[in-house]
Design a protein around this ligand. Structure first.
Ligand code: TXA
Ligand code: MG
Length: 350
């Protein structure tokens, strides 16, 4: 299959035509990759079981891993969710459109192919204007996981999507680099207090301001057989670069010293070494290939560059990557969650 890439520009009329053609593909049961504010999504008509199945095939995704249904209006939520608790309405009023996904009991309209066999459905209203128009034009309900091959870092540019899916899907909409860079926060309302299944840009503190108590899935950040994360997708190794990724935790000085000595040892063994640091530590590492992930003064910059840096190291063909860690409160929780998964939970205390 030939994959076409269409660039969205400042020409509104041209964008409309591109999005109309993309919406037609989705209505016909095909797949279209499109930008959202978090990461690029791989979209299909969420109410068409055959179309959902194509997503699993293109990504090589395990069939028990449910998809998020993307909507463009509050009225449409009622068509796919059975009960909408008042707290969910409050969060929607505050954070939709935006990087928040909520889980509800599903209605008959949603096929089990879309929900990975579950009776619940995950729903998000993205804020990216192209995503919203595409959803609206395509009939209101687009199932979209991140547009990467299963297990690889999520795509934050159209180029990343093409790296993974070129030849497997008919169309990629190129809206430039995304704004946030890590996937939406997922909250489950079948529990009381509501449970965060995946940390993201919307932090528990931001939600607590609106609805009171919110808890984190206790299985997050754990790696054991008896603690299974409630979001099926959170149990898989994910976002993994080809090289071994090792996180180093501790005070900044100790982390730098530790990474320098680990890098030296690996180089002595003839290995290619990558180092992930920040603007603050540029120049603090003597050896290996250094990449700055952003600045600690602005956590958003770290989230935005995370997946791109992991993909960059794949091209540099290093054997091992040592990374600083980022477990600050706020966005740090979501950043570390993704890094721990990318590292297969390999953490060294400095
Ligand atoms: O920011 C995002 O959410 C992006 C963009 C494209 O919108 N999408 C995304 O989708 O991250 P995906 O498929 O890569 O991740 C969806 C996660 C998976 O971990 C999945 O297991 C979980 O959501 N999930 C979906 N439906 C669920 C349900 N009914 N119950 C529990 N977890 C669910
Ligand atoms: Mg994903």
């Amino acid at each position: 299959m030939k994959t076409t890439v269409e660039k969205l520009t400042l020409d509104e009329q041209k964008n409309k035509e591109i999005i109309k053609a993309a919406a037609t593909l989705i209505q016909e049961g095909s797949l279209v990759a499109f930008p959202t504010e978090t990461v690029y999504g791989l979209g299909a008509n969420a109410l068409n079981p055959e179309a959902s199945r194509k997503i699993y095939e293109a990504k090589g995704r395990p069939s028990d891993n449910p998809l998020i249904v993307h909507i463009s209006s509050m009225e449409d939520l009622g068509r796919i969710a059975r009960h909408i608790p008042p707290k969910a309405r409050q969060l929607a009023a505050r954070f939709w459109p935006g990087p928040l996904t909520m889980i509800f009991e599903k209605s008959e309209a949603v096929p089990l192919e879309t929900t990975g066999g579950l009776q619940t459905v995950a729903v998000r209203m993205p804020s990216h204007p192209a995503a919203l128009s595409l959803i609206r034009e395509a009939g209101g309900f687009i199932a979209a996981p991140s547009a990467n091959t299963s297990g690889r870092p999520s795509p934050t540019t159209a180029g990343h999507v093409a790296e993974d899916l070129d030849g497997r899907i008919p169309l990629i909409l190129d809206g430039g680099p995304v704004g946030i860079g890590i996937e939406s926060t997922i909250v489950d309302f079948s529990e009381e207090p509501p449970l965060v299944l995946r940390p993201g840009y919307i932090t528990p503190a931001m939600m607590q301001d609106v609805i009171g108590a919110v808890e984190m899935d206790p299985a997050l950040g754990q790696e054991s057989a008896d603690m299974r994360p409630k979001a099926p997708g959170m149990k898989y190794r994910h976002y993994a670069p080809k090289a071994e990724l090792i996180l180093v935790e501790g005070s900044p000085q100790r982390v730098q010293a530790k990474i320098n000595s680990l890098a030296r040892e690996a180089l002595d063994k003839g290995m290619g070494v990558g180092i992930i640091g920040t603007e603050e530590t540029r120049g603090c590492y003597q050896e290996g290939v250094f990449q700055s992930i952003g600045t600690r003064q602005e956590e958003e910059s770290i989230a935005r560059h995370l997946y791109g840096i992991l993909r960059e190291f794949d091209k540099l063909e290093v054997d091992v990557i040592y990374s600083e860690s980022f477990s600050s409160p706020g966005l740090g929780q979501a950043i570390m969650n993704r890094m721990l998964k990318a590292a297969g939970h390999c953490v060294i205390e400095a």
